[in-house]
Design a protein around this ligand. Structure first.
Ligand SMILES: *[C@@H]1O[C@H](CO)[C@@H](O)[C@H](O)[C@H]1NC(C)=O
Ligand SMILES: *[C@@H]1O[C@H](CO)[C@@H](O)[C@H](O)[C@H]1NC(C)=O
Ligand SMILES: *[C@@H]1O[C@H](CO)[C@@H](O)[C@H](O)[C@H]1NC(C)=O
Length: 440
């Protein structure tokens, strides 16, 4: 395979050679200046006062001796001054070269940081994984380049040590158990992660999945998951987690016989829309494909699947194997964070749904980009069902309503209500809305 080592990485080499040249020059200048300092400090600075002649005019021999010694000291000083001039001239020349080099380096790499943004020089598997790599058939018309950079989250460069750990494995062997490290990196913006050349740990005693459609409402066997990174070590633990003290992401989502079973079937209040009501706002059969952002264990997709609508569910594996669980139900999980550009083309999806995940914990700018991205992937006439968007009452009309107006969805429904438990005293609100991408 194409090795990175024989790949001519000009910019980096140029930079590092310029850098080392500059270092040598700087060293020379400092050595030179330092010697001038030593020279002038210890030997050149002759203390004349100590030699103030205290001689009597009648002592001609002493006078001669003194004159002689003064003369020799003078000639020595003269030599020292000449030497000093010579060294100063050398220093000046070196400084000029240094400044010229600095100027050139700045012109060459003005917008670029050292090492292409990495903190240290890339080596080994990480270097191979992130490229660039020369295209074997030369310049590609589609790419308009003769090299390929595998996709990598921009923030990866900031967490190089963690990334080096992530990329430390035996090629062709088993990947380390590092799901938490991987997900942490991903959430910090190192998304997507680099690809790896190792095999993920396989569940022990894996059994064929439950057949469809029974799989939609069946808790999968524990042997379908590698449990290493989780506190719970089986589904029974996750299902009963709702009785346990402590806060977990999507605490009661794994209990398919509990609250999960009733979700979106009926409207329980003005914030809860029912799936059939929403599908009823469009001609029958025109909502066929979509995305559920942050869809927990996939129940929204399951209910939609029962109505012949195919929903992809994006979810992280916080505190539990959500992706595995969704897949075991016979639904499609994607492991991306809410900061990730949606992996769909413009104007393609009939529906996007999101419950609880989009809310005021997301920085405003990130949220606005996310909402524009939802608009982008929806087809004209496509629906964005914003389900229980959480915020403070003060933010609702000042921040979020204007944001949705800017994005220019049609508002088919818009319901804001106080959060029931602590909502009254804390002025916490939920917003549910049915938004439509305009037809033209
Ligand atoms: C003057 O000093 C030189 C050496 O520096 C010496 O050779 C010479 O004899 C000295 N002359 C007298 C008069 O001391
Ligand atoms: C889903 O599609 C199947 C096969 O086309 C059809 O028999 C069934 O009635 C559809 N179900 C719903 C709820 O539309
Ligand atoms: C937001 O504005 C609407 C009118 O546009 C008003 O009825 C509602 O009470 C306001 N909501 C909050 C939480 O201030």
């Amino acid at each position: 395979m194409g090795s990175m080592d024989d790949y001519p990485r000009k910019p980096i080499q140029q930079q590092s050679s310029t850098k080392s040249k500059l270092k040598i020059l700087l060293l020379l200048v400092f050595t030179s200046l330092f010697s001038i300092y030593l020279f002038s400090g210890s030997s050149f600075n002759v203390d004349w006062s100590a030699h103030t002649p205290r001689i009597h005019l009648w002592d001609s021999e002493a006078l001669l001796r003194e004159l002689n010694s003064t003369q020799s000291r003078l000639s020595m000083s003269q030599a020292q001054v000449t030497e000093l001039y010579r060294r100063l001239a050398t220093s000046n020349a070196l400084l000029e070269t240094l400044l010229a080099e600095l100027g050139r380096a700045n012109r060459n790499n003005a917008p670029q940081e050292d090492l292409d943004g990495w903190l240290k020089e890339l080596t080994g598997e990480l270097k191979l994984a992130v490229g660039p790599h020369k295209l074997p058939l030369g310049e590609s018309a589609n790419i308009r380049s003769d090299e390929l950079y595998p996709t990598l989250g921009t923030a990866c460069r900031r967490f190089q040590d963690e990334l080096i750990r992530y990329m430390s494995y035996e090629v062709g062997g088993e990947c380390p158990s590092d799901d938490n490290l991987a997900q942490r990196l991903l959430l910090k913006g190192c998304e997507p992660l680099p690809r790896r050349r190792c095999h993920p740990k396989s569940p022990v005693g894996y059994a064929e999945p439950t057949t469809f459609p029974a799989s939609l409402w069946t808790i999968p066997p524990d042997t379908s998951v590698v449990w290493d990174p989780y506190t719970c070590k089986n589904y029974a633990c996750l299902v009963h987690r709702r009785h346990v003290r402590g806060s977990f992401d999507c605490k009661d989502c794994f209990d398919l016989d509990g609250r999960e079973k009733g979700r979106w079937l009926r409207s329980y209040g003005e914030l809860d829309y029912a799936i059939d009501e929403i599908l009823g706002t469009k001609s029958p059969g025109t909502i066929r494909i979509g995305l559920d952002i942050g869809g927990g264990t996939g129940t929204f997709a399951a209910r939609m699947r029962e109505r012949n609508v195919t929903i992809v569910t994006s979810t992280m594996n916080f505190d539990g194997p959500f992706n595995n669980f969704i897949a075991s139900r016979g639904l499609v999980p994607v492991h991306i964070s809410i900061a990730h550009r949606l992996p769909f083309f413009d104007n393609t999806l009939d529906m996007v749904h999101s419950m609880h995940v989009l809310s005021n914990w997301i920085p405003d700018v990130v949220l606005e980009f996310a909402l524009y991205d939802i608009y982008r992937v929806l087809r004209p006439g496509g629906l964005f069902w914003l389900d229980h968007f959480f915020c403070l009452g003060t933010q609702l009309n000042t921040t979020y309503a204007p944001m949705f107006d800017r994005i220019a969805f049609n508002k088919l429904r818009w319901n804001a209500g106080r959060k029931l438990d602590r909502g009254i005293e804390k002025n916490e609100w939920y917003l549910s809305a049915l938004l439509e991408k305009p037809m033209t």
